[in-house]
Ligand binder design. Structure first.
Ligand code: SF4
Ligand code: SF4
Length: 205
């Protein structure tokens, strides 16, 4: 993969977990693509409305797709990287989280797993004005929602295919285009995160 300034790096962890390099590559591809897409909108006079601490979208959306490698990434990040006092807050949120409730990783109005937030979260950007509480701009003003290039999502997913034991170049494309990879997707808000809360005390990956 060519050098991407947006790629996060955890050299010691990546030596231990080969899947982590795949996931970080995928996120860097997506972040670069989203940045380019946002720049195109800006050139047309649209102003990005998203900012740190603006989080109504994290509460409104209840069906954020998350790929298996992303779930592993979240497990790794929370268990290995998150320090106190955030750690205790995340654990409490995971324990109390019920299926279908808003994302449990939103803590104090900020994404507590920001470096490992799913592809879908990375893609969701809104222009012109911030969302109102409960507003889903997909429905209220779709023209203000970034339509990310499919190209970068495809490239990002392609990067992760060895995690699913798919190595052959042609098979990688088929694995994505046939829907086999999508059939493995879970909904972030429905996932049983209680298991992660248990592991935070007991195990290291
Ligand atoms: S999508 Fe809407 S709620 Fe979410 S950060 Fe952007 S403006 Fe704020
Ligand atoms: S993972 Fe982060 S960005 Fe995505 S919905 Fe949850 S809190 Fe929001």
């Amino acid at each position: 993969m060519k050098k991407n300034k947006l790629r996060l790096s955890f050299p010691e962890d990546e030596k231990l977990h080969s899947w982590l390099s795949l996931l970080l590559n995928a996120y860097a591809i997506m972040d670069e693509g989203v940045k380019k897409d946002i720049d195109k909108y800006k050139k047309k006079g649209k102003k990005l409305a998203c900012y740190r601490g603006c989080s109504f979208c994290c509460k409104t959306h209840r069906d954020i797709p998350v790929y298996p490698i992303e779930i592993v990434g979240i497990y790794w990040y929370v268990i290995e990287k998150v320090k106190e006092p955030l750690r205790t807050k995340i654990k409490a949120s995971l324990i109390s989280h019920k299926k279908g409730e808003p994302c449990p990783f939103l803590i104090d109005e900020v994404c507590s797993i920001y470096p490992m937030r799913p592809l879908a979260c990375r893609q969701f950007n809104v222009f012109n004005k911030s969302c109102n509480p409960g507003e889903d701009p997909f429905y209220t003003r779709p023209e203000d929602v970034l339509k990310p290039s499919e190209h970068y999502l495809g490239k990002a997913l392609y990067e992760t295919t060895p995690f699913y034991n798919v190595y052959d170049e042609e098979e990688k494309v088929d694995f994505i285009n046939s829907g086999r990879l999508n059939s493995l997707v879970r909904v972030l808000q429905n996932y049983p995160w209680i298991e992660l809360a248990r592991r935070m005390d007991n195990l290291r990956l």
